[in-house]
Design a protein. Structure first.
Length: 261
């Protein structure tokens, strides 16, 4: 195992499940001190247990917070800085999927709910973490967009608006903060098998969601779902100094699906 995060502090939102958990385990195994944020206390406890298995004795600060709340965001950032004195990597990742529906049936409240967590939450994270990194003269941010943020997927008005917005925020902040030694990137995962995707397949067919999953990936060039560890590996690279000149751009991790005609 490499050791790219020895002595480094990595802050992860949505750290209580899926992609956030996978990234947490990966960077902790390489020496990172972690601050994990989630609305789910249980999720955070489960991630801490996974981290302990992969990296016994790793430091893990658990913060229960809602990323769509400015007060909570201020609190999770200041708790991290109080505990560790700095933030080297920020995986700005928490998000929800929202209900699937045609635009006309999408519902304005649902639109606001999805945008508030998936877009406003990412903006707030940037607003409070970037000044810390600017002060240090270093740092790397990885925002979680989606293939739904670079392509039209359908039935996802709120998610599409939010994730395209995350790509916009990434370009904007990357251009602003590069001069301070800080890079801002986004990832655009395709279908990665996490609890979120399981819930999404259950919206398509509650009883036969595994079959629905097979049909879903049959059009992927690689004919399978991505694994959370594969995303964790990418995020670790993007948070590390190895990727220091990658800035203001989006990296797809989707088996090539977003590139095919
Ligand atoms: P997940 O549901 O397994 O994990 C998301 C975590 O975010 C959960 O622990 C949840 O409690 C937390 N969360 C939700 N709302 C929150 C809030 N308001 N404040 C703090 N925490 C909150 O899902 P995942 O698949 O790991 O998704 C992580 C990110 O990846 C999301 O932004 C999602 O949109 C994105 N994404 C996932 C996929 C995929 O295929 N899994 C594809 C593209 C993008």
């Amino acid at each position: 195992m490499e050791d790219r995060f020895s002595g480094k502090v990595v802050l992860i939102t949505g750290g209580g499940s899926g992609l956030g958990r996978s990234a947490a385990v990966r960077v902790a195994a390489e020496g990172a001190r972690l601050a994990l944020v989630d609305v789910s206390e249980q999720g955070l406890a489960d991630t801490a247990a996974e981290v302990e298995k992969a990296a016994p004795g790793a430091e893990v600060l658990r913060i229960t917070a809602d990323v769509s709340s400015e007060e909570d965001t201020r609190r999770y950032v200041s708790a991290t800085v109080e505990a560790y004195g700095r933030i080297d990597g920020f995986f700005n990742n928490a998000g929800i999927e929202g209900k699937q529906n045609l635009t006309e049936d999408f519902g304005s409240d649902e639109f606001d709910r999805v945008v508030s967590i998936n877009l406003r939450g990412v903006f707030l994270g940037l607003k409070y973490v970037l000044p810390v990194m600017k002060g240090q003269g270093s740092g790397s941010v990885v925002n979680t967009a989606s293939v739904g943020g670079i392509r039209g997927v359908g039935n996802q008005s709120g998610y599409a608006a939010a994730k395209h917005g995350v790509v916009g925020l990434t370009r904007n902040s990357g251009v602003e903060y590069g001069q301070f030694g800080v890079s801002v990137k986004a990832i655009a995962p395709g279908a990665i098998m996490t609890p979120m995707v399981e819930a999404s397949l259950k919206q398509i067919d509650a009883d036969n969601w595994e079959k629905a999953g097979e049909a879903f990936v049959s059009v992927n060039p690689m004919k399978r779902f991505g694994r959370p560890e594969e995303v964790g590996n990418l995020v670790a690279f993007l948070l590390s100094e190895e990727s220091g000149f990658i800035n203001a751009t989006v990296v797809a991790i989707d088996g090539g699906q977003s590139e095919q005609y």
